[in-house]
Design a protein around this ligand. Structure first.
Ligand code: SPV
Ligand code: MG
Length: 553
């Protein structure tokens, strides 16, 4: 349990944002507005994220006028930060109030691992710069400087960045006012200046840059002058370019197309191949990491156990009941045998279930299973059926006959066995009464019911005729075997060897188990004492009805 979670970068997020802002080369960050878009931005190769006020409010379906509260913004930032390793620069609007609100904002952002915040010199509640910008009042310069200073004084980490955004050009002021404000903000402690323009050409920005003469790093948002080649910004020694809203805009257009197509076609066939797969969503959410963590930390987690259920036989002794279906589809108390077994598996967290069918395979209509068909079912036995599923074997599985009825604790206890191979043996079956002459189990020790979990090994499985050597059987194998870790390799190797034999088609699972034993493999025994049934005859069916009635009640 000592594996350490590996964090991809050692530097803190504020430090990484600072190095982007202070880097000598032109850097780029892209907008994101929720966890999944933030992850996509990182995967694309960006070194930072712009948590845009416009995009965050848009994804909530509200206007960019501080209609979403600042705590709602911070909540979303936490999701974005948790799923990414690159720093986030928050578009913090006006700081959501006065200097005091700014101080609290900075502390809360630091607690959530945010790299820095950009505040703009407007008045709360602000409006997006591209909606009637000229009419928007600017903040008083001194008041805004106090807000910057308050933010800087309250940050715990020296690397946390405060970017001061100058809106003078947006609000219809001239370059002189913009430069005056920028210098005041720099002097108040701002780590960088964001100079914003809504012209379709970069003229204002370039004029500002020339006169600014590198007094502090410059950040720009070329949403309106988007056709300017980035070489122009590089030459002007801009530090950071923000691509400010392109993830929300692409998401919106894609969703509009998808909604229209599904609505018009009343079908999913047109859209399926044009959108991300469900698996891609799982990947972005980090589903693999959780599966690995469950294996590591959640000892009772059994979802990785697989079941292979053998259900190819017709079940000849059941008269007309199997004319149009295999034995496993015979209903007991209204529910097919196989459905009952699958439900037992699912109850124990076994959701990966492969059923090998044969006779009347098409009549197997049980949900939640994968069906493999043994086409040679009429001329082959159980081992050939099992071999059909060999490609699906895992390091953690249970193989069982499909006609089993059992209490679910049997499956639970078997799954908990750590042995590479473990068979379930019923010591309660009266193996000498002549009725059960198949699958007799000879073990290293008889069942000592006073010893929970005693270590017992299997010696041999035989029918009554084969066993007539005077030794008393210890019970009956119920048709269930647990395979774990090395057990899978042993099993696959044994099947491959047996497949070479001329009589392979006639072999059953006991032949496989006996082969493994003769090869020196240890096969453990898990004793049970009743609480199961298999269905081979009409008399069994009657017993099965009673067995399930008791369980269903
Ligand atoms: C944002 O992305 O919310 C911004 C940039 O503030 S802009 O919309 O260009 O004003
Ligand atoms: Mg904004």
């Amino acid at each position: 349990m000592s594996a350490k979670v590996q964090y991809p970068h050692r530097a803190t997020k504020p430090k990484r944002l600072r190095s982007l802002i202070e880097s000598q080369q032109l850097e780029f960050i892209l907008e994101a507005h929720n966890g999944i878009s933030a992850r996509i931005v990182e995967e694309a190769g960006f070194k930072g994220i712009w948590a845009s006020g416009l995009a965050l409010s848009a994804q909530f379906g509200v206007r960019d006028n501080n209609e979403a509260s600042w705590t709602q913004v911070v909540e979303m930032l936490e999701f974005m930060s948790d799923i990414t390793s690159i720093p986030i620069l928050l578009d913090g609007d006006t700081g959501y109030g006065n200097f005091n609100n700014m101080r609290r904002l900075v502390r809360k952002l630091e607690q959530r691992g945010i790299g820095g915040v950009c505040i703009e010199d407007k008045v709360f509640p602000k409006t997006n710069s591209f909606i009637g910008g000229e009419r928007q009042p600017l903040a008083d310069t001194d008041e805004f400087c106090g807000k910057i200073a308050a933010g800087k004084d309250s940050q715990a980490d020296d690397d946390f960045c405060i970017v001061a955004r100058v809106e003078a050009l947006i609000a219809g002021w001239d370059i002189r006012e913009a430069l005056h404000r920028a210098e005041a903000y720099r002097a108040a402690g701002a780590d960088a200046i964001l100079i914003h323009s809504k012209l379709s050409r970069p003229d204002q920005i370039l004029e500002f840059t020339t006169q600014w003469a590198n007094r502090a790093p410059l950040v720009i948002v070329p949403t309106k002058y988007y056709s300017t080649p980035v070489e122009v910004f590089r030459k002007a020694e801009i530090s950071l370019v923000i691509w400010a809203n392109h993830m929300i805009r692409s998401a919106v257009q894609s969703m509009q197309k998808t909604a229209a197509l599904i609505h018009e076609s009343e079908a999913l066939t047109e859209i399926e191949d044009r959108i991300a797969s469900i698996d891609e969503i799982f990947r972005l959410q980090g589903a693999d990491e959780l599966a690995a963590a469950e294996r590591r930390y959640f000892s009772s987690y059994q979802a990785n156990t697989k079941a292979v259920i053998l259900a190819a036989a017709r079940g000849g002794d059941l008269a007309g009941l199997t004319d149009d279906r295999p034995k496993v589809m015979i209903p007991i108390g209204g529910i097919p045998l196989l459905r009952r077994l699958v439900d037992k598996c699912k109850k124990r967290g076994i959701d990966d279930i492969t059923v090998v069918a044969g006779y009347k395979a098409a009549s197997i209509d049980v949900s939640g299973i994968d069906v493999i068909v043994n086409k040679q079912y009429a001329s082959t036995g159980e081992l050939a059926s099992l071999a059909c599923a060999i490609e699906t074997f895992t390091d953690d599985m249970v193989i069982m006959y499909g006609d089993l009825l059992l209490r679910s604790y049997i499956l639970r206890d078997l799954i908990e066995s750590d042995a590479a191979l473990c068979v379930v043996v019923d010591s309660a079956t009266d193996v000498n009464d002549g009725s059960d002459t198949q699958d007799l189990a000879f073990c290293s020790e008889p069942d000592d019911r006073s010893m929970w979990g005693q270590a017992v090994s299997l010696k041999r499985i035989a029918n009554a005729a084969q066993a007539a050597n005077g030794k008393h059987p210890d019970g009956r194998w119920i048709g269930m075997i647990r395979v774990k870790d090395n057990g899978r390799r042993w099993l696959v190797e044994a099947i491959k060897v047996l497949q070479e034999r001329a009589d392979f088609g006639q072999l059953g699972l006991p032949d496989l188990i006996n082969f493994l034993l003769s090869d020196g493999r240890d096969v453990r025994v898990w004793y049970i004492h009743g609480h199961w049934l298999d269905v081979n005859s009409l008399a069994d069916l009657e017993r099965a009805g009673d067995f399930t009635a008791e369980q269903d009640s």
